[in-house]
Design a protein. Structure first.
Length: 308
């Protein structure tokens, strides 16, 4: 498995991409809620925490907010699990600024998207991007392969891995099970591979991915841990039952307003997740009722209502 300066990336297990709680009306970081949610995830038994990813609304965070968010989680974790800093940026310069903020906050590694503002960089451009970020921060990089119009194919990913020392892992997302299979076949001997596909956690675990970083892990960490451990133990009947239980819950929260719907589900489960940032709007009462219904049908204990 690839290492750099004696370091390799550990992506084993369940690593929730934590939601970022914001205070209603001001939409500022809710430090107390961030601390509480990080502690909840740790007590649930997760293997790491990713902050500032898609579920965590990382694309809209400033460098200072990335520092504050990451440092709050790092200080709460106190080394009990790894903390991955999510970086979603449109240019290499922006990515470096945000990555430095995450490093200064004490994260263990970075989850980094390719640049993606309405254009598609070449493979050489991507190599330069990840190389420059890696050199600037000297932290392991997990490539977050999620951008539909910058979909890094297997051969390009192989070239990036071979040419960029700090790229030490892949998160294959975007709903492409075929790409997961190809990445596993071509690249898993070189780097760890984790899945970001919520409705296909079970089959990707069966393919042998090292772990997962996806929304459902942040909403119901205990259930996804159960699914992961059942597959590890060879209990496929039990794992399929967990998959069947969780799929309707995921269907109720997926979509372009997913961060707010995930927070709604978390609030219905009795934890404080706050609001999402504008322009993502709160769900309708009908949508909240559907999420509540799906959680109840899946056997989760929920509170009566959520008020923002």
């Amino acid at each position: 498995m690839k290492t750099h300066n004696g370091i390799k990336l550990n992506l084993n297990g369940i690593i929730p991409p934590m939601v970022t709680p914001f205070i209603p009306h001001t939409e500022e970081l809710d430090i107390q809620a961030i601390q509480s949610e990080a502690e909840y995830l740790i007590q649930a038994g997760v293997h790491g925490i990713c902050v500032g990813g898609s579920t965590g609304e990382g694309a809209g965070l400033s460098e200072q907010e990335i520092f504050t968010l990451c440092k709050t989680v790092v200080d709460q974790v106190q080394g009990r699990v790894q903390v991955i800093g999510g970086i979603i940026a449109d240019t290499t310069a922006e990515a470096i600024r945000k990555a430095k903020a995450a490093k200064d906050a004490g994260v263990d590694s970075l989850q980094l998207t390719p640049p993606h503002y309405l254009w598609s960089p070449t493979t050489d451009g991507l190599v330069q991007h990840f190389q420059r970020v890696g050199e600037a921060v000297q932290l392991p990089i997990l490539i977050y392969n999620v951008i539909p119009w910058v979909d890094i194919d297997v051969q390009s990913m192989k070239e990036i891995i071979n040419r960029v020392p700090w790229v030490l892992g892949i998160k294959q997302s975007g709903g492409d099970m075929h790409k997961v299979a190809d990445m596993m076949a071509e690249l898993h001997e070189q780097v760890p591979i984790t899945t970001g596909i919520d409705d296909l956690l079970y089959p990707t675990f069966c393919l042998g991915v090292d772990g997962a970083i996806s929304c459902m892990l942040a909403v119901v960490p205990e259930a996804t841990l159960d699914l992961y451990y059942k597959v590890q133990a060879g209990d496929h009947k039990g794992a399929k039952a967990v998959h069947d239980r969780l799929l309707p819950v995921w269907r109720s929260i997926q979509g372009p307003d997913m961060p707010y719907l995930a927070k709604t589900a978390i609030e219905l489960l009795g934890r404080k997740a706050g609001v999402a940032r504008s322009p993502i709007l709160p769900p309708t009462e009908e949508k909240k009722a559907l999420i509540r219904q799906r959680l109840v049908e899946a056997g989760f204990s929920v509170i009566n209502s959520v008020v923002y």
